[in-house]
Design a protein. Sequence first.
Length: 346
Amino acid sequence: VSWQRVQGHEAQAAAFARAVRRGRLAHAYLFIGPSGIGKRLFAVELAKALLCEAAAADRPPDALEACDQCPACKQIDAGTHPDFRIAVRPPEASEFPIELMRDVCHGFALKSARGRGKIVVIDDADDLNEESANCFLKTLEEPPPRSMLILIGTGTERQRATITSRCQVVRFRPPPPSLVDGLLQEQGVEDPARREQLLRLGGGSPGQALALAEPALWDFRRTLLQGLTGRRYDGVGLAKTWIEFVQDAGKEAVHHRRRARQVLRLLIDFLNAALGRGVDAVVRGGEGEDKALLDALAARLSPDQILTLLDRCLEADFQIERNVQTGLVLEALLDDFAASLGPTRP
Ligand SMILES: [Zn+2]
């Protein structure tokens, strides 16, 4: 029943079940699709179903389904199965490190410990550099028997042709909005307007929509927007509050970056909404208290000024993605906002 965790990809699950029945499973797959839609979860469930040791009689006929009870299933759940590995690019590295790839390929060539073959997932294949791709190619050309490699990436154009040509490509699409809406409801997001906002912000990805649903994020958004639209703009104070909020997200710089970018995403969305109003006076959003904030901002800034600030936010987002120190980026950003909003208002 574990496939139920992988919602919205039933067609792909059925295709794999057919391939298993016909004995046509490939040795290498490339999973392609936007991030946050469950490709990695799908790979884990697939590995679990393939490595499950329950007798065929105990499993549903014609379904590629894990029993969730046998030692192999329990090991996959615990992340300790000796024949299954997910290799993830470390968050601080911009490329998939060659040392990690060598280690993965070396382990893959060893004999299967539980005797059902080995499965390796490479996440994220978008970030393979030439060195790690070449190392991986050798494994891809001579895979050990009963083994499977699964690469996960966001687009085929981001992969090397030498790799794509040796893999069977499986495409994943974002699940229908109704499914994401249901997940958000399950997470306790009761306000339909908020869910609609999250659907838009997540761009179809349930993972991203759920990550942005965190109430603390929306509390901080209110603080930030009130600071930007209030009578007195205090860029230094606002930057300090933002940095504190970002630091609450965890100890590592990667947590700070993620949260800073989540806030930026909400801010960019708000400025876009304000721009829509200013240009064609269409009441967009109208999402409760946002209306008052949008009115306040539109009364204060021209569409050109909003556009400039939007560009500035996108630039800040890019800098944080490129590992410029988060605190510095936020301070500079809110300092630049002062040029449009003015340090104090009469
Ligand atoms: Zn099992």
